[in-house]
Design a protein around this ligand. Structure first.
Ligand SMILES: C[S@@+](CC[C@H](N)C(=O)[O-])C[C@H]1O[C@@H](n2cnc3c(N)ncnc32)[C@H](O)[C@@H]1O
Length: 245
């Protein structure tokens, strides 16, 4: 069994290949992860080709579905999305509205990313959310914004529950889990990213005074208008009536 690279009361980090480590770990409340997209990102060691991505998904997706009742991850690029639907057909898609990051879509400009889901979360959740796209963290080529992980982790796992992130990068999912009173097990191939993640975990926990913080964006009262601006529409919906933030 691989020894943890880092461990505290909420987060365990393993340095290694998730394809070997995940089957040794048991069950989790949810998998919240962000695999490579197969788009030639400049990672420290991993070769981010489409073929490497396809081989990785072929191996890891069945293992992740065994490890938790709910799995959520970005689909990757357009080719990846198509292939996922053929080889690993998801149960649903969550739309992450991230604003326009300056990238293109097949019809022009890109403002959202599909996140594929398998299984069901511990309670009903919405299938669209919005966070800003930018990040400040240095040392990883493509860290997700903390707000992205906060929204997903809060809805994927109950308070006190544990999420697995097998492609942890700089540890954003673990940081969100810790701040939200969840636990996390992180796996990362590159030691230098494990080090960044471990340093992030060692920082103090946000104190929300025992109350679940609101990570609501585009759900409940927060609606997106057709021109992309936000306004409080004052509409109740199923999620707010279930008092999910
Ligand atoms: C898109 S990045 C994740 C970024 C992360 N969400 C963050 O906020 O920093 C994907 C990560 O998966 C890692 N990776 C690639 N293959 C892996 C494998 N077989 N096992 C574990 N990690 C792997 C890469 O090194 C990279 O850091």
């Amino acid at each position: 069994m691989t020894q943890p690279y880092y461990q505290d009361e909420a987060v365990t980090i393993y340095h290694g290949d998730c394809r070997e480590i995940v089957p040794t770990l048991g069950r989790f409340d949810a998998v919240v992860t962000d695999p490579p997209y197969g788009v030639d990102f400049d990672y420290a060691g991993y070769d981010d080709t489409h073929d490497a991505w396809a081989a990785l998904m072929e191996d890891i997706i069945p293992k992740l579905k065994k490890a938790a009742p709910f799995v959520v991850m970005p689909a990757g690029d357009r080719m990846a999305l198509r292939q996922m639907y053929i080889d690993h057909s998801p149960d649903w898609i969550i739309a992450w509205f991230k604003g326009s990051p300056g990238t293109r879509s097949p019809i022009g400009f890109n403002s959202w990313e599909p996140h594929l889901t398998w299984g069901k979360p511990y309670k009903a959740m919405h299938d669209a959310f919005q966070t800003r796209c930018g990040f400040e963290l240095k040392g990883h080529p493509c860290p997700k914004p903390l707000a992205w992980a906060m929204w997903l982790v809060q809805r994927a796992a109950p308070h006190g529950g544990t999420v697995l992130d097998p492609f942890a990068g700089s540890g954003t999912t673990g940081r969100a889990a810790k701040d939200l009173g969840r636990k996390a097990v992180l796996i990362e191939l590159e030691e230098r990213y494990c080090e960044i993640a471990a340093n992030r975990m060692a920082q103090g926990v946000l104190d929300f005074g025992g109350i679940e913080p609101s990570t609501e964006r585009l759900t409940g009262r927060d609606q997106l208008t057709a021109d992309g601006t936000q306004h409080a529409a004052g509409q109740e919906d199923a999620e707010s009536s279930e008092t999910v933030p």
